[in-house]
Write a protein that binds this ligand. Sequence first.
Ligand code: ZN
Length: 120
Amino acid sequence: MEILLEHGPATREEVAEYLQTYKGVKNVPSPNSISALMSKNPQVVIVGKQKVEMTIGINTHHMLFDIDRQVIKDKGDLILTRPISVMTPNERKSAIQCPSCGRTRIMPEQSDECLSCIRQ
Ligand SMILES: [Zn+2]
């Protein structure tokens, strides 16, 4: 998710390329599993399609993924909007259920509502 935040909208192939250039990422997921991961994650939205030329004359369209920028403005917001399924055990301990939307999130400081509810 940090990749989308820093680089802006990208296709799953571009995300895979970025991951490869990242140090410390040993097992880069395949473009297929990247797109599966991103479409399951509520932090990611599809912002359009990019025309990709496969061979001369044949074009295909790839979905462009981006961070939900209405809600997520900087890196700290990523943690506050993280779904419980991808939280670390420590994050899970400090997460509580949002009274407005019922989702389990880490709440922003001095707030009763989750970040998604505040920004929407
Ligand atoms: Zn909420």
